[in-house]
Ligand binder design. Structure first.
Ligand code: ZN
Length: 232
């Protein structure tokens, strides 16, 4: 719902779920994730308009990811709740950027603020000093990078949405975590760019790779890498 409505600047509360084609309200029993999509065979029960498969994909990815976080951290680790909240921002950001090539501020700014609030809570792996410091460093560096690129090439190299998203993630992951997000997202972005982007002068949705990198990193986590390194 967020993925569909936010880029269109529609309210995310009113009206309730409805068919975009015939405006029929979707009753609760036809709005059960995955099950309803299969029972309705991906169509509106009144007018037969197709329901996009993106909906089904989101409904499959979200619980799988939450389950992955559960097996990774369990219910007693603060990071389980922290990363569930983060994923709830990153999943819509991923799809919105992939489809519309924008990262809406109504998602990236609350993500950033939620990271600061979480950093205040005792038991968080990233404390408030670390969170704020990393946020300021990342934001300044990216701003400088974007400015320099614009100056040298005369075109925008890094979108404002990307800068806010990466700053929010810097707050979530702290000084020791954020470099991996950069590395991972850049690596995936470069591979995608070289193989799949035909027109190399056109901009592409880097935010999708940032979102995927952060999700991968939240499931794998720093300690896995450190354990692996010390094992090696
Ligand atoms: Zn309909």
């Amino acid at each position: 719902m967020l993925i569909y409505r936010i880029p269109k600047k529609q309210s995310i509360i009113f009206p309730g779920s409805h068919c975009e084609s015939c405006k029929k309200a979707i009753p609760i029993y036809q709005n059960i994730p995955i099950i309803s999509y299969i029972l309705l065979r991906g169509k509106c029960s009144r007018c037969g308009a197709k329901i996009h498969w993106h909906h089904l994909l989101v409904e499959i990815i979200t619980p799988l990811l939450f389950l992955g976080l559960f097996f990774r951290y369990g219910l007693h680790d603060f990071r389980f709740y922290k990363y569930i909240l983060l994923a709830s921002f990153l999943i819509p950001i991923f799809f919105i950027d992939a489809i519309n090539q924008i990262i809406p501020h109504v998602l990236s700014i609350p993500l950033l603020i939620s990271g600061i609030i979480l950093a205040i809570i005792p038991g968080n792996d990233v404390g408030i000093v670390n969170a704020l410091l990393t946020g300021v460093i990342v934001f300044s560096l990216l701003l400088l990078l974007a400015w320099a690129y614009q100056k040298l090439r005369g075109v925008e190299g890094l979108g404002g949405g990307d800068i806010w998203l990466l700053t929010g993630l810097a707050i979530y992951f702290g000084l020791t975590g954020i470099p991996y997000i950069f590395l991972l997202s850049a690596l995936m972005g470069i591979i995608y760019f070289l193989i799949f982007v035909k027109d190399k002068s056109k901009p592409f949705a880097y935010g999708t790779f940032i979102a995927v990198a952060a999700i991968i990193w939240s499931v794998i986590g720093e300690d896995t890498i450190f354990n692996l390194l010390s094992f090696l």
